[in-house]
Write a protein that binds this ligand. Sequence first.
Ligand code: ZN
Length: 269
Amino acid sequence: MADYALSLSLIALAAGLLGLGWNRIAGRPESRFRAVGRVLLVVVVSILLVGVATYHLSKSRSFQFAGELVQRVETNEKVVALTFDDGPTPGYTEEVLQTLAEHGARATFYLTGRECEENPELLDVVVASGNELGNHTYSHRRLYFVPEKTVAAEVEQTDAIFRAAGYEAPTTFRMPGCKRLLTTPLYLDRTGRTTVVWDLEPDSIAGIADNADAIVEYVGDGVRPGSIVLMHVMYEGRQPTRDALPRILDRLSAQGYRFVTVSELLAMQ
Ligand SMILES: [Zn+2]
């Protein structure tokens, strides 16, 4: 939101200065040629700034035009929700479930409908494990500049796949790449779905992502009561995150944290 406000302020400032025109401010006469050029410049600068502002807004973790958006829950209780995006993926999903079970922890899996269809037995295993499912669209497409019916299809098809596998609980939503503008928030608002993002994402930070020690330290140092942690433990290339997971569970437990699902965390609001 700060990015958006800053960009809008810049637009207003630039448009104001250019609109007034330096010559006019300085009290000098201005040719028609220069006046037309100035208007064109205002238009181009405004379009560029609106583009920059829209880009920042489309991936904001703290602002969305409509619908409930949760980045972290305000609580005094030492609880944290671990969330895993994408998958299920053969090999890695079982490994992650086993790690969670060994630590007596539950997490929330934001799965895609397509990967569930490709790996139905893995979806069954996740459902049977008692962990929570979240909706991460059917095809993992970026849901901005798309009509609302596309958003609805992506979300509802995925929920239908979860239901067919026996998962009955309502699902929260997380959009791929955190991308959305208007139609997705409007759809989510209309259908009463909560958008869940995160306050910690260790495996997308350069200098941390490729080092399990750094990932553990980043999460251990950065966690706060009510934090939501995003990790991509089911990506083939995310071995450092998989190596870090059992150590994160140990470290946060030692720090007095309890692991809850997203819906359990939301219930504490
Ligand atoms: Zn994703």
